[in-house]
Design a protein around this ligand. Structure first.
Ligand code: GDP
Length: 461
């Protein structure tokens, strides 16, 4: 694959730290000319003579002009992030200095790196497979413990190992079939059909497990949409504030999510919860569910992964609540009933409600009572006990799509086995399945696809 890609042979440079003022700015240079160019700018030592993985303090100079006092970290091909010769320059974090250093480097035939180009080179040099490379971008974008964990697992090759296992099984399956093809004249069946059936079944199960994990993966990566719904004065703002008090999350924009509604973001146990339409709650607009059935609030509830239906326990009868809960259930809305203002009520009434509803929580938002229960329940409904296992979670839509196609191809193989189709037809379907697997890890790619994937990275990575 090398050599075919445009600009693949160039030496590239980029600022790896965020632009602006900071204590230190890191500039990365990668490619064949790295040591030549840096040697010209760093007169105190001959960098060509220095060993890989060493650091060097000295002045960067453009002629007689001192640009900065810097620390250089040297990595020689192939033992570097990109697999090429790499030098990382830690200079002072002034945009002016960084610009001067970049200009000195680019004036020597080094070009600015495209977004993700360092990682793209790491992929092309076999340092990472595609799934791992994509996880690098996810890791940088991760803003909770759970998303960091999922991205790290993939980056370290957890997902790739799973896929490799699938691949090996498929190849052994196909080897059995191909063997049969060689002897097709003689009408023998080498490949034991029961063993083949079992193998395809196992493969199918593993693929479906990965597909299934995507729902959770998506949640981990993008957060869970939560809507707080209830009549005016039920205590929605009070609950919102109580939830936000300890758990307001600091988030940067997450790529690929639109923000057309005002939302607040909570981080509970490492999972992001996005409280949608919080403007509506704060402004006390009347359209926020006077009664269930209003189209607009239904829309809002359908958009949410979880709905908290909040009500004043002193203002509702069990019959009325049954009606509302029944409506929500019929609409297939994943909801929790949250009874507020329990400070004004006797335990007896609560017991009456608990006997009737399984998904009810009693709180007094104003006194911060029961808020932890709300949080626990939000987490429980989201992960259903899945997250603390070390198993692979698919978080990437491209991988999901490929796995879906893989599952389809495996179904075709299974169907072929059931209908006892000839081995050469089976072999065709298996090749198709292998193809889809290969697109995930990057054994099968095209240039456009690669450019698209890496264009979503930040510059300098
Ligand atoms: P919203 O219209 O649903 O947003 O309701 P608010 O959060 O503005 O609350 C309406 C009123 O109920 C306010 O006066 C709150 O102080 C009061 N309130 C909220 N939670 C509680 C509670 O747990 N107990 C009591 N007694 N009053 C509450």
């Amino acid at each position: 694959m090398s050599g075919q890609l445009m600009g693949w042979d160039d030496t590239i440079v980029a600022l790896a730290t965020p632009p602006g003022i900071g204590a230190i700015g890191v500039i990365r240079v990668s490619g064949k000319k790295t040591f030549d160019v840096m040697n010209e700018l760093f007169p105190s030592k001959d960098l060509h003579q220095q060993a890989t993985h060493t650091i060097h303090v000295g002045f960067l100079k453009e002629g007689e002009q001192v640009l900065d006092e810097v620390v250089l970290s040297l990595f020689r091909n192939p033992k570097s992030y990109t697999g090429e010769d790499v030098i990382e320059i830690s200079c002072h974090g002034s945009p002016f200095i960084q610009q001067q250093v970049m200009a000195a480097i680019t004036s020597r035939g080094v070009r600015l790196a495209k977004p993700g180009e360092f990682t793209q080179r790491a992929f092309l040099n076999g340092k990472l497979d595609l799934a791992q490379a994509e996880a690098v971008a996810d890791l940088i974008a991760s803003n909770t413990a759970a998303s960091q964990k999922a991205a790290m697992h993939t980056m370290r090759g957890g997902f790739s190992n799973d896929l490799q296992a699938l691949r090996e099984q498929l190849i052994s399956f196909s080897a059995m079939i191909e063997l049969e093809l060689d002897f097709s004249q003689e009408d023998v069946e080498f490949a034991d059909r029961t063993a083949l059936n079992n193998l395809i079944h196992t493969l199918s199960m593993a693929t479906h497990r990965l597909l299934h994990s995507f729902r959770l993966g998506n949640v981990i990566k993008n957060g869970v949409q939560v809507a707080i719904i209830g009549k005016p004065n039920a205590g929605k703002s009070t609950l919102l504030n109580a939830l936000l008090n300890e758990n307001r999350a600091i988030v940067s924009d997450i790529a690929g999510t639109t923000r057309d509604t005002v939302e607040e973001v909570l981080n509970i146990d490492g999972i992001l919860f996005r409280l949608i339409d919080t403007a509506g709650i704060r402004e006390h607009t009347q359209d926020l569910v006077e009664s269930i059935g209003i189209e607009k609030s239904l829309e809002k509830m359908r958009a949410a992964d979880i709905v908290l239906y909040l009500f004043d326990i002193n203002e509702i009868t069990p019959e009325q609540l049954q009606q509302i809960s029944g409506d929500l259930t019929r609409e297939d809305i994943n909801h929790l009933l949250v009874a507020n203002k329990c400070d004004l009520q006797s335990e007896a009434l609560q017991q009456q409600f608990s006997a009737l509803f399984s998904n009810i929580i009693f709180i007094a938002a104003r006194d911060n009572r029961g808020i932890d229960l709300v949080k626990q329940e939000l987490v429980a409904r989201t992960i259903g006990g899945q997250v603390n296992t070390e198993s692979t979670i698919v978080t990437n839509a491209r991988h999901y799509d490929a796995l879906l196609k893989l599952a389809g191809a495996l179904d075709d193989v299974q169907l072929g086995l059931d209908q006892k189709v000839p081995g050469d037809l089976l072999a065709l379907d298996i090749r198709q399945a292998l193809h889809y697997l290969g697109t995930i890890t990057g054994q099968i790619t095209n240039e456009d696809q690669l450019d698209f994937i890496f264009s979503k990275f930040c510059i300098g990575k």
